[in-house]
Ligand binder design. Sequence first.
Ligand SMILES: O=C(O)CCC(=O)C(=O)O
Ligand SMILES: [Fe+2]
Length: 297
Amino acid sequence: MRKSNDPPHHPRASKRRQTVRIARISDTFVGEISGVDLSQAIAEMDFAAISDAFLDHSILLFRDQTLSKRELIDFSSHFGELLIHVLSQYLASDVPQVMRLSNTDEKGIHADFRNGAEAWHSDLSFMAVPSLATILYGEAIPDIGGDTLFCDCYAAYGALSEDMKDRLAGMAAVHSFRRYQRRRFPERPLTEEQKRSTPDVAHPVVRTHPVSGRKSLFIGADVISHVVGIEKRKGKKIMDDLLEHATQERFVYRHRWRKGDLIAYDNRCTLHRATEFDNDKYERTLLRTSIKGDVPF
Ligand SMILES: O=C(O)CCC(=O)C(=O)O
Ligand SMILES: [Fe+2]
């Protein structure tokens, strides 16, 4: 029975506190969170601890989760407004906020899927308002391959020479979804509607994180068409060199997925890319939500 000094029973009061523990995975910039069952409603204080950890680490890993799509949406919503991707063919049929990255269809039948994410990128960098964070949940994981690589763009920026930092200050690059799709999927042209909703957009090459105030590199492979005000080939060389610098092993974390892993990554200060696996032999299914960000500066 409820004692008279218990809080009144409304949904917030029913969110039990959990024991949020945070540990950096050694030699990486990734924080592993334990003690949290993400299928349960998360108390505000617990999310505050998770949110602080997200700022410190840029990537958070939660192991051994069991989530429905609805629970994935509920947890993701703590980070902000959820986006619905322009590539509507990948959205879950029942909940468009969840994208299904899989080589099986929703009935589990093997489908032809080629991951377009094998080039280094920050999600939705080709939009005027790119993504703040992406959340990936591992539903089916191959025995071998299909790792995701993440790169720490704060560290990559920090390691540049002062000369280079000066050169990049104020530089803007044009991000183009059309270019990205043409390079990754030449056989699958965008519809007129998809083209209309993704015009090319210029973003600063050095980006300031709106919450931490720290600077990082905001670049990508295949998505950048040119650097504003610089001759095309010269601009391409600068972008190629920067990407090569940023994605050196010392800035990269390789995530070897386990079923039940959930990863949240901050698109404002990291890049990532998918790696290959044997499509015919293994199933790989990631459920994904995407959080709306802000205009880079
Ligand atoms: O499949 C992967 O490993 C990465 C997928 C990805 O880049 C994304 O969902 O944004
Ligand atoms: Fe991605």
